[in-house]
Ligand binder design. Structure first.
Ligand code: B12
Ligand code: SF4
Length: 429
């Protein structure tokens, strides 16, 4: 049996922090030995159309959906069975079924094995839907040898947890992985980290949505990391700053940077989007606490919420300056299919662009409440351009000359160039 995994190209806006897709790695790890496996990552190599594969399995997020459908169309002609899984089929199953023979909804660790068995018996279904959240999290050994050794910025990625108990209006995580925050066995994660080859980029990235989703677990986990003497980066909620012991252990265990979703500096936006863990009045104090530990704060903000008008860009820049953020991302709000925000804007007839490739947080696809679409489009570019002016980059690097800070800041220069092109090419009616 011959099984080809494909990750479609995810576009210029997103490809700066490229890492091998763990979803594919997990499925490859769950595939029996009698399968010949190959993986093509469209982000680092061309997706050639190769003959002779029995199954072509494609991972599909919303921004990559159009590219994925094109690949699926081409591969269908080779006679392969086309299988699609990931975020997009989970929320847009009918659309995906027009391009695939089989789609997977939700977490696929359990259903993948069932499908392979059915396929071999010649009686597969067209939809495999995960019935339960996997608990405890069962992640197999990931056969990382299927991933290219070249082309990725980060290769040592590890998943520690899944799920989120919160219900932010714009987020899809709950829909895909459920509301129960689940963690892996600490010993298994440590074993995975120890198995990484020496050399290459030394930083380990935990690709979790919130590495401190369960504080007590996180403390135990960080304690177990200390003897490994690694350096790590992850995402988490700003609440990490509310627990001194947790922050201290994060630092001791090798944390060098945290990607934190502040989302908005306007409290009303946070309330209406149910981002309840964030309180704008505490942001500066919380950021100071993290920065004092010499941990880089990579702040993420979204523009285009209901309460945002054209003043939000300068106000957010001023906040970022005051907070001395090392790195920041200013994205445009995206009503991703499957989110409450998508339902709301669809009902209100405010979504005017259904080209999924534009769902990359760099294009305006809906009519904002208090701004014109063009004002939002230009405002994001303005904020990114100002934050990443050479003068500001140099000042931030002088204040914190760590290699991570340098890489993260410099990597945004091309993003700003891309945003300029998007603004120039935009025309809204
Ligand atoms: C790491 C990460 C990235 C990395 C990706 C590196 C890489 N190659 O993996 C980078 C930085 C490049 C990135 C970029 C972006 N990301 Co991102 N990212 C993540 C993150 C934090 C973890 C992904 C991960 O590894 N998950 C763990 C794996 C095991 O889960 P999984 O991929 O979903 O796979 C499971 C199932 O979905 C399914 N499955 C997946 N693929 C397949 C394929 C087949 C054939 C089958 C059967 C099953 C299957 O089975 C797997 C096991 O259960 C997620 C959040 C999250 N919790 O997943 C956000 C997330 C996926 N990203 C998101 C977004 C918005 C983006 C960006 C648009 C951000 C931006 N503005 O640039 C871009 C766009 C990327 C794109 N076009 O796809 C959104 C998804 C939006 C959407 N609707 O698709 C998420 C959910 C974050 C969020 N909270 O909104 N991202
Ligand atoms: S944005 Fe973060 S806190 Fe909110 S639901 Fe998504 S993963 Fe959870």
């Amino acid at each position: 049996m011959r099984l080809l995994f494909i990750a479609p190209p995810i576009g210029k806006m997103a490809s700066k922090y490229l890492a091998p897709p763990l979803g594919i790695g997990i499925l490859a790890g769950l595939t029996p030995n009698h399968y010949e496996i190959k993986f093509i990552d469209g982000n680092i190599e061309p997706v050639d159309i190769l003959e002779g594969w029995d199954i072509v399995a494609i991972t599909v997020s919303t921004p990559a959906a159009q590219a994925a459908f094109e690949i699926a169309k081409q591969y269908r002609k080779t006679g392969a069975l086309i299988v699609i899984g990931g975020m997009h089929p989970t929320v847009m199953p009918e659309e995906c079924l027009t391009y695939a023979d089989v789609i997977f909804i939700g977490e696929s660790e359990v259903t993948w094995g069932e499908f392979l068995k059915d396929f071999e018996e010649g009686s597969y279904k067209s939809v495999y839907k995960a019935q339960t959240e996997m608990n405890p999290l069962k992640i197999p050994r990931i056969p990382r040898e299927i991933f290219s050794k070249r082309g990725y910025l980060v290769t040592k990625t590890v998943l520690m947890s899944r799920g989120c108990p919160n219900s932010c209006e714009f987020c899809l995580v709950k829909k895909i992985y459920g509301s129960a925050y689940r963690t892996r066995e600490i010993a298994k994660i440590i074993e995975e980290i120890r198995s990484f080859p020496k050399g290459g980029m030394p930083v380990i990235v935990f690709v979790d949505d919130n590495i401190v989703g369960n504080r007590e677990f996180a403390k135990e986990f960080f304690k177990a990391l200390i003897p490994l003497r690694i350096k790590w980066f992850s995402q988490c909620s700003i609440s990490i700053a509310n627990d001194d012991e947790l922050l201290d252990l994060a630092k001791k265990s090798g944390c060098i940077g945290l990607f934190i979703g502040f989302e908005s500096i306007d409290e009303n936006n946070l309330i209406s989007n149910r981002k309840n863990v964030n309180k704008t009045s505490s942001f500066i104090e919380q950021i100071n606490k993290i920065r004092k530990k010499k941990i880089i704060v990579h702040g993420a903000f979204i523009f285009g919420f209901e309460n945002d008008n054209t003043e939000i860009f300068d106000k957010t820049l001023e906040f970022a300056r005051k907070a001395k953020l090392d790195v920041a991302n200013f994205g445009i709000l995206v009503p991703y299919p499957g989110t409450p925000l998508y339902e709301k804007y669809s009902l209100e007839n405010r979504i005017f662009d259904y080209q999924w490739k534009n769902y990359d947080a760099a294009h305006v696809v809906f009519t904002p409440h208090n701004m014109k679409p063009m004002e939002l489009q230009q405002g994001q570019y303005y904020a990114m351009k100002k934050f990443y002016s050479w003068k500001n980059i140099v000042l931030r690097i002088l204040a914190n000359p760590s290699s991570l800070n340098i890489i993260l800041n410099l990597s945004q220069i091309n993003v700003v160039k891309e945003l300029k092109k998007i603004v120039q090419e935009s025309s809204f009616n």
